[in-house]
Design a protein around this ligand. Structure first.
Ligand code: AMP
Ligand code: ZN
Length: 468
């Protein structure tokens, strides 16, 4: 499997640090509003990378943070007269709803910056101890950028060019030793959240949180660190400087970055007004369509969001789901028995599309070509599945479709969610069955509900239920 590594600017063979295991960290959103469709791109892309790694048999430990303390969150809290914590908690909840709609699986861990302050203080102290950081008299701690000899290795920037760029924007009153130094800890300002530290009350800079959370949940060395391309500099460059100076080992083996999502061929920006939240898109489309649209391009190519392309994605997705529906329908009345000789030959032909799909994914997760392979399989199914085929043949084809769509995160059969009323009715029926000592029926109902994710609990006050 080949992965493009921003560090080497090349596609490299993927060899994890530990055989069969992948440790992966994806920088998550800053939660001060509903996520926009640009934020959705890394979520969908790296969820698909995770799914493909799992399809290949790797055990993936996938960590993604929420930045829940930051200037924008504080500003929003002041505007609405609430607290930063309240704003962050609300939008984490909303973000998780959007993720569910896009079929982005929850990470193994979703750490919050505000819950990891202790670890950040520890790492900053270590950096000071090793001479990589210093505190100034106003209670700010800076990273001593020039001390880290490899600074610039990810963004391929030359430190002297950076210096030249910085000279004119140096802020007066700044107590930095060097214009390139960046903040690890900043002193508190009136009305802002703060934590106690050896350098006085304050809060951490943004970059330190990812170094600390990655270390805590995955260890000093990880396999993949990912995010949007705007994070290469300075965020990821600074993360490398912090982690490698503190831990003394290479931070991440592979650095993956998705290209930007544009709108109508223009950079998405709030000020220009060409800006959509995932929630706005959800009002018009099933979020599966948004997911499918995102996968229509390789993740390192810029992608343009437009009404036409969303319509095309909707139609494409419909073609896939319809083919799967037809197979399910055919399966219901199909004759039993092993595939015939002719069918076996056809199945062999169909297997070529799985191979094509895998070849595309092995080449730096080229989902655009992988989607084409799925379309070819759909076309094959539409011409080679009819009522005279065997059940085993349909099952085989369906399993093949399902396996590929599962990697892409496309749901072929949506489970109808049970309404509260239906659940209550079944609980009443179970109660009646128990009264009539029909325990078999009562157990059957309990199991059926459990399968739909409803757990029953018999209490003195009666039966309680919850979704699990
Ligand atoms: P932020 O909340 O700004 O830190 O962004 C969260 C993630 O979304 C980061 O990985 C960003 O690089 C990514 N991101 C933000 N805007 C876009 C965009 N227009 N296209 C693709 N990725 C984006
Ligand atoms: Zn980060």
């Amino acid at each position: 499997m080949k992965v493009y590594n921003t560090l080497s600017r090349q596609k490299e063979e993927f060899i994890p640090l530990e055989e069969g295991k992948v440790k992966m960290y994806v920088c998550g959103p800053t939660v001060y509003n509903y996520i926009h469709i640009g934020n959705a791109r890394p979520m969908i892309v790296f969820d698909t990378v995770r799914r493909y790694l799992e399809y290949k048999g790797f055990d993936v430990n996938f960590v993604s943070n929420f930045t829940d303390v930051d200037d924008k969150i504080i500003k929003k809290a002041i505007e609405e007269g609430s607290s930063a914590e309240e704003v962050a908690q609300r939008f984490i909840k909303e973000c998780k709803k959007d993720m569910e709609g896009m079929n982005v699986r929850p990470a193994t861990a979703h750490p919050l910056a505000t819950q990891e302050i202790g670890g950040m203080i520890e790492m900053i102290s270590k950096l000071i101890e090793k001479g990589y950081a210093y505190a100034t008299e106003d209670g700010t701690v800076y990273y001593r950028t020039r001390k880290f000899a490899e600074y610039g290795k990810l963004s391929h920037k030359n430190i002297d060019d950076l210096q030249a760029g910085h000279r004119d924007i140096r802020v007066t009153g700044d107590l930095k030793e060097d214009a390139l130094d960046f903040v690890l800890w900043k002193p508190k300002k009136e009305g802002e959240p703060y934590w106690e530290s050896p350098w006085g009350d304050g809060r951490p800079g943004w970059h330190i949180e990812c170094s600390v959370m990655s270390k805590k949940y995955l260890g000093d060395e990880i396999d993949i660190h990912a995010g949007g391309e705007d994070l290469i500099f300075p965020h990821h460059e600074n993360e490398i400087a912090q982690s490698e100076a503190a831990n003394g080992v290479p931070f991440s083996k592979y650095w993956m970055h998705n290209a930007f999502l544009n709108i109508d061929n223009k950079k998405m920006s709030k000020s220009a007004g060409n800006f959509f939240t995932v929630r706005e898109v959800a009002a018009k489309y099933d979020l599966q369509v948004l997911r499918f649209f995102m996968l229509s391009a390789q993740y390192r190519s810029p992608l343009n969001f437009s009404a036409d392309l969303m319509e095309a994605a909707k139609n494409g997705l419909e073609r896939i789901v319809t083919a799967a529906e037809n197979l399910r329908h055919l399966m219901k009345t199909a004759k039993e028995g092993a595939p015939t000789e002719g069918e076996a030959a056809l199945l062999k032909e169909a297997a070529v599309y799985t191979q094509k799909f895998e070849d595309a994914m092995e080449d730096d997760f080229n989902t655009a070509d992988a989607v084409s392979a799925v379309f070819e399989l759909v076309k094959f199914i539409n011409t080679n599945a009819a009522s005279e085929n065997t059940d085993a043949y349909f099952k085989e084809l369906y399993g093949q479709m399902e396996a590929l769509c599962n990697v892409l995160g496309i749901i072929l059969e949506k489970e109808e969610e049970m309404l509260d009323e239906e659940i209550e009715n079944l609980i009443a029926e179970r109660k009646q069955a128990r009264k009539e000592k029909n325990f078999a029926r009562a157990d059957e109902i309990r199991d059926a509900l459990l399968e739909k994710g409803i757990q029953l609990k018999d209490t003195r006050e009666g039966v309680q239920w919850k979704r699990i």
